[in-house]
Design a binder for this molecule. Structure first.
Ligand code: 6PG
Length: 254
């Protein structure tokens, strides 16, 4: 049975980022206590940049044992790592360059490679990290993501699960590549198979332009092919939506 979503509405974008930083720190502490490490998937897009900048500085940076943090990404644009569109580049510049995370533990998706090969290679790294050479991800500490951060596009996509795409229906592979006509680009993305095995998923949604879609995704009919964000529902984990008041303005149930 999928987890019920917890929706937390914060008054401002700044308050949303503070709440997200607090979640990150607390999830990291709990995971390190339980399994000796914290395995997190970072979101791309523009929203989380402010969160990463917060985590990079005082007081938040000092509240994480970065030597035990393992960093992955939920998706990547198929561009080189120094491209302005690279999700890796954004997270590196905003966060990873400023904290003592071990390079060995930073696992980027190779956007510069052939997309299908990059997806297969990333799945191998994940399977090794989670000690699960075949089959679905196990729901056990150390065998799944401790935290997955996600954003939501105003068309209802999340990670690179896009409306009308095939990735949203994937039932076996953990990572796939798909050409997305809407953005005229290849993307590599984690699939629902691995996202829904996470211990915790946190969506960050900010801004009035997201309000109509947030209402459809959270309160409308279940139509994940059209609204891929709806497919994310960990079956043995927590699902939180951290949203600011402008994004939440159209919600009826708060
Ligand atoms: C990406 C993403 C994507 C993003 C949403 C929201 O690579 O684009 O990971 O799923 O989270 O598009 O993006 P914004 O935060 O820029 O609105």
């Amino acid at each position: 049975m999928a987890t019920r979503a917890e929706v937390e509405v914060l008054p401002t974008r700044e308050a949303l980022m503070e709440a997200a930083a607090a979640r990150f720190v607390s999830a990291a502490g709990a995971a390190i206590r339980a399994s000796g490490r914290f395995v997190v998937a970072l979101a791309g897009g523009s929203t989380p940049k402010a969160l990463y900048a917060l985590l990079a500085g005082a007081p938040w940076a000092g509240r994480v044992d970065w030597s035990r943090v393992h960093v992955f990404w939920g998706d990547e644009r198929c561009v080189p790592p120094d491209d302005p569109a690279s999700n890796y580049r954004m997270a590196r510049e905003a966060l990873l360059a400023h904290v003592p995370v071990s390079e060995r533990n930073v696992h980027r998706i190779r956007g510069e490679d052939d997309p299908r090969r990059a997806a297969a290679a990333y799945e191998r790294v994940l399977r090794e990290t989670f000690a699960t050479p075949v089959g679905p991800p196990r729901r056990a500490p150390g065998a799944r993501f401790d935290l997955v951060l996600l954003g939501m596009g105003d068309n209802g996509h999340t990670a690179s699960l896009f409306p009308g795409g095939t990735a949203v229906r994937e039932t076996e592979r953990w990572v796939v590549a798909e050409r997305i006509d809407a953005v005229e680009m290849w993307r590599v993305t984690l699939t629902p198979v691995v996202l829904n095995a996470a211990a915790e998923v946190a969506f960050l949604v900010s801004g009035a332009e997201k309000a109509p879609m947030l209402r459809r995704v959270l309160e409308g009919p279940h139509e994940p092919d059209a609204l891929p964000a709806q497919v994310v529902a960990p079956d043995d984990g927590r699902l939180r939506w951290l949203v600011d008041a402008p994004a939440a303005a159209r919600l009826e149930r708060r």
